[in-house]
Design a protein around this ligand. Structure first.
Ligand code: SF4
Ligand code: SF4
Length: 295
């Protein structure tokens, strides 16, 4: 039986993507052969550690860019899905890779974090990929950046997901990230109302509660890990917490209040313990709207 639970956000050296979303620094970037090889070696070391640690793990891969176009990430994901101490396993992906490779995954732990980018692919193709995931019994959520030019596409995707999950008894969560380069007044009140109707969590993403001093799992039962195994409390707090591979991080796990004024990214505030909702690390389900209204 695995021991205490540890949430791990892993980000290796990869920083490239096959898509070219206009707002993204990783658009159409390629990694060199050297960086790719180093990233592969680092990932293998991480997987080896995961398979042998005494912790029960909830793992979310948060690559800069798209990782599942790389075989070493697909292989690592499959291996980890079969590790008995991995409770939850997710990765952000644009789903550009045909998901047939997941046929050999142990789908008990897997929750894919699938992002739909209307400027890069057709809705019908993306929906076909989701249908494949359904047939493989792989759980997933779908996310979009709430760009104003995509409001109609958000409505259409919401409708399509409602049809896709019809009869399955498993609603598909469509989560929306507020556009982070927005100018004041970017969203009208009507836009916010529509987006909040689609994703009850949208108001939190748009205007997260101040985080300075917040009670948070980061650094206690959650860590961010880089390619070298160096640990930090989260992706947004750079305080060193030792290293995974020499075991030095364990002695440094302790509770400390958030030092940042704001924590406006889901992969951060999902670790907070002071918000009136429970957020899945892999964004697998929508927070309950009743809890949101209680804020
Ligand atoms: S799919 Fe994601 S990582 Fe790739 S360019 Fe678009 S936003 Fe960036
Ligand atoms: S609230 Fe966010 S920024 Fe602060 S410690 Fe937690 S995850 Fe990190």
């Amino acid at each position: 039986m695995p021991g205490a639970e540890l949430r791990v956000l892993y980000r290796g050296d990869l920083a490239s993507c096959n898509y070219s979303c206009h707002y993204c620094p990783f658009a159409k970037r390629n990694d060199s052969t050297d960086v790719t090889a180093r990233d592969r070696d680092s990932l293998l070391r991480f997987v080896d550690w995961c398979e042998t640690t005494h912790f029960g793990l909830r793992i979310l891969f948060t690559p800069w860019g798209e990782a599942l176009v790389r075989k070493h990430y697909r292989d690592a994901f499959l291996r980890l899905s079969h590790a008995s101490n991995v409770i939850e396993l997710g990765i952000q992906t644009n789903l550009s890779r045909d998901p047939a490779w997941l046929a050999s995954a142990n789908n008990d732990a897997v929750n894919l974090w699938c992002t739909y980018h209307p400027s890069q692919e057709s809705r019908s193709r993306f929906l076909r990929r989701l249908e494949q995931l359904r047939q493989l019994r792989i759980r997933f959520s779908v996310g979009m950046v709430a760009l104003r030019e995509d409001l109609d596409e958000i409505r259409a995707m919401h409708l399509a997901l409602g049809q896709l999950d019809h009869g399955s008894g498993q609603p598909i969560y469509l989560w929306l990230n507020a556009y982070d380069q927005r100018t004041p007044g970017y969203y009208s009140a009507q836009d916010v109302a529509m987006l909040s109707a689609v994703d009850p969590h949208f108001p939190v993403n748009l205007d997260p509660a101040p985080s300075l001093g917040a009670r948070c799992r980061a650094g206690l039962s959650a860590i961010s890990v880089d390619a070298r195994g160096d640990a930090r409390p989260c992706h947004f707090v750079q305080r060193p917490l030792g290293n995974l591979y020499d075991g030095s991080f364990e002695a440094q796990l302790s509770r400390s209040a958030c030092p940042n004024a704001r924590c406006d990214c889901y992969i951060g505030y999902a670790l907070r313990e002071d918000l009136p909702f429970e957020a899945s690390l892999t964004r697998a389900f929508a927070p309950e709207s009743q809890a949101i209204r209680a804020r």
